[in-house]
Ligand binder design. Structure first.
Ligand code: T46
Length: 160
């Protein structure tokens, strides 16, 4: 459960002169079985969403329309993904702190999730997140140390 496990996944795309079609289904190519879908829309310019982690929830974020940035942090490293195509999704694994900002006008962020809504699954305080990350079994990799230097990476824009 480190940042390296969070990654962009291609969504199948059936191109058609009538309009393209993409689909997501549970199966070997998808990292979890789907239980819930929700979406953020009508997001005012300058808004920030997220600012929390999930203990167990697995999520897949897709820019259905427009674009936004997803900043992920596993307590050691940070990575920013720019989502701007409905045929790429970002898999966010459990115990990853996320912030979403830089929403373009009219953007829609759809989230496919592995479980129903459960407030107990949220970690909404960053220091609680770090404490949990340090507790046995949740540290992101054997080399994870409190004072080790953090890496910051910006993942390049997705091409059309
Ligand atoms: C995440 C980002 C991308 C529900 O009642 N049911 C739901 O399924 C969800 C997702 C939320 N809610 C309620 C809980 C809060 O009273 O909706 C309210 C707003 O939720 P929150 O402040 O958590 O919204 P975001 O945009 O900060 O975070 C949401 C998801 O909660 C989170 O899982 O990763 O979108």
């Amino acid at each position: 459960m480190a940042l390296a496990d969070c990654k962009m996944i291609n969504i199948p795309r059936i191109t058609d002169p009538r309009g393209n079609l993409s689909f997501i289904e549970s199966g070997p190519a998808f990292p979890f079985s789907l239980k819930r879908v929700y979406y953020l829309y009508d997001v005012p310019g300058g808004s920030e969403r997220g600012g929390h982690a999930h203990k167990r929830l697995k999520q897949f974020l897709i820019a259905m329309s427009g674009s936004f940035d997803v900043h992920l942090d596993d307590g050691k490293d940070e990575k920013t993904f720019h989502l701007n195509r409905p045929y790429f999704g970002l898999y966010v694994c459990p115990m990853t702190w996320r912030r979403i900002d830089n929403f373009s006008s009219g953007s829609v962020c759809m989230v496919v999730a592995s479980a129903r809504y459960d407030e107990d699954d949220y970690v909404r305080d960053y220091s609680d997140f770090m404490s949990l990350r340090w507790s046995k079994g949740l540290a992101p990799g054997a080399s994870f140390r409190p004072n080790s230097s953090r890496s910051r990476q910006r993942v390049p824009l997705q091409k059309a």
